[in-house]
Write a protein that binds this ligand. Structure first.
Ligand SMILES: [Cu+2]
Length: 500
């Protein structure tokens, strides 16, 4: 805006100065021509800046959501040229009085003089503004107008400097068991029906980022299987579906399968299979877990902390989880936060009772991966799409949904750099208008659904056209930051990417 004001003040000033000189106008102690132009234009600059700012404010109020940037730019150019011309012409009598201006010919009347100067200024300013704003459009062709004037005003918008980004997520096929499913696109709405799930309670060593193998328990989707990425099996259903789960306990001690307020298998003896059936609850994100070895406060349930947890997604019946200011969510991600304690793993390996006083998690993971393993996940493999499920990515104009679930016993705080996310559900409670946050607090066992809009921060003046932009996401919890000693090698770290 300062650039445009400069161009208009000095360019338009040139036009006026040329005409006044040509008709033989004079001031007392007139300086040389070029210097005169420069001085007059500099005097006009504050007026021009105010006029350009006023034009901008005027347009911002009326800028339609979703409009292309070219129209606002053209309107801005035209209006700025007009307001600057009129303001400078209005200030001319002041200028004339101060510097003793004499026109060469007959002195025109005030109104005639004003109109003439404004018209002259406009003739010079319009082409300048047109060129200036064409350059603006050329270097920034993305539709920034869509960032303004949300249909539903978020509570924190007025207070935030940055605009809001959409969140993308790993899409689950609706009404299927998405065992480790990753970045699928959202499925079409499905009929309510039956979802059959088979789970096995297994155990074994899981490799950490530093090569250390930690003994873990897991719900997996095949006998004898162990998921190295440790997110657990994601059960995906549509609200109202009948979900039938068969849980086989292959271990030497009882385990259970439970979702608070929905289902509880009770203890499943070693070698036994329990069959439970329940109606998929209201749309949202749920944590299932082994509820055994759990004190009164379920945060510290030992069997869950040893790895026996997973996520149930209940999709809305219309298949549309939400939208971000009218822009539909195109992908979903599931982030399961877990804390991994090698000491507890050894006690479980030795079939000893867990000594809860020895809980000392050395790894904090998202979908089983910590540190740079989650920031730079393995290349997307069609056979294992979940291997890229920690880094939401999408194009400008797209929105993604991240379903965050905290399976740890500690509070975590996911800080999204680059933009805000909109929290649309907290522990099953839908927030109709959402709450915009750049740090999402996750208490133990919390489930929060957030929308991430893929939009550049407003302070990125000219986003690159042909390369992806990466923004970090990191956990602010000190436990996670310094886990295992050091800075984040074993902590929760991730990111998101705007693709070209
Ligand atoms: Cu931060």
């Amino acid at each position: 805006m300062l650039g445009l004001a400069l161009a208009l003040a000095y360019g338009g000033g040139l036009a006026l100065n040329v005409v006044h000189t040509a008709e033989g106008g004079h001031e007392r102690n007139e300086p040389p021509w070029v210097l005169h132009w420069f001085l007059d234009a500099s005097l006009a600059l504050p007026v021009a800046v105010m006029a350009v700012l006023a034009s901008s404010a005027l347009l911002r109020l009326r800028r339609p959501v979703g409009a292309d940037f070219r129209r606002p730019a053209a309107a801005f150019a035209g209006l700025s040229a007009l307001t600057v011309s009129v303001s400078v012409a209005l200030s001319a009598p002041l200028h004339a009085a101060a510097f003793g201006v004499r026109h060469g010919g007959e002195e025109p009347g005030f109104i005639a003089h004003l109109l003439r100067d404004a018209a002259l200024g406009l003739a010079g300013n319009l082409p300048i503004a047109a060129v200036f704003c064409s350059i603006l459009v050329l270097i920034r062709p993305r539709p920034i107008a869509a960032r303004a004037a949300p249909a539903v005003p978020p509570t924190s918008r007025a207070a935030t400097r940055r605009d809001f980004l959409k969140v993308g997520g790993a899409g689950m096929a609706v009404a299927t068991v998405a065992a480790g499913a990753g970045l699928a696109r959202l499925a079409e709405p499905a009929e309510a029906g039956q979802v059959d799930v088979a789970l096995w309670v297994n155990q074994g060593d899981v490799a950490m980022i530093d090569g250390v193998k930690v003994f873990r328990w897991q719900f997996t989707d095949a006998p004898g299987k162990l998921d190295q990425d440790g997110r657990g099996v994601v059960i995906s259903a549509v609200a109202g579906d009948t979900v039938a789960v068969a849980v086989t306990n292959t271990l030497d001690e009882p385990h259970s399968f439970a979702i608070d307020g929905v289902v509880d298998s009770g203890p499943i003896a070693p070698g036994q299979t329990a069959r439970v059936s329940f109606e998929a609850p209201a749309p949202g994100t749920y944590l299932y877990r082994d509820r055994l070895n759990e004190p009164a406060n379920p945060w510290f349930g030992a069997n869950r902390l040893l790895g026996l947890y997973g996520v149930l997604i209940s999709h809305p019946t219309d298949g549309k989880p939400s939208s971000f200011e009218g822009r539909p969510v195109v992908a979903e991600f599931v982030w399961v936060m877990s804390s991994i304690c090698p000491a507890w793993g050894e006690q479980a390996r030795a079939n000893r009772a867990i000594d809860t006083r020895t809980f000392d998690p050395r790894y904090f993971t998202i979908n089983g991966r910590s540190g740079t393993r989650a920031v730079h996940p393995p290349p997307l493999d069609p056979a294992h799409p979940h291997l890229n499920d920690t880094v939401p990515h999408g194009r400008v104009g797209e929105t993604a949904l991240i379903r965050m679930v905290n399976a740890t016993a500690s509070t975590h705080a996911a800080h999204f750099h680059g933009n805000h996310v909109r929290v649309i559900a907290v522990n099953g409670l839908a927030l109709p208008h959402g709450i915009d946050k750049d740090v999402v607090l996750m208490e133990p066992m919390d489930r929060k659904d957030v929308l991430l809009p893929f939009e550049f921060p407003l302070d990125v003046a000219a986003p690159p056209q042909d390369e992806p932009w990466h923004f970090p996401m990191h956990c602010h919890s000190e436990l996670s930051q310094s886990a295992g000693g050091g800075l984040y090698p074993s902590g929760m770290l991730s990111g998101w990417v705007i693709e070209p």
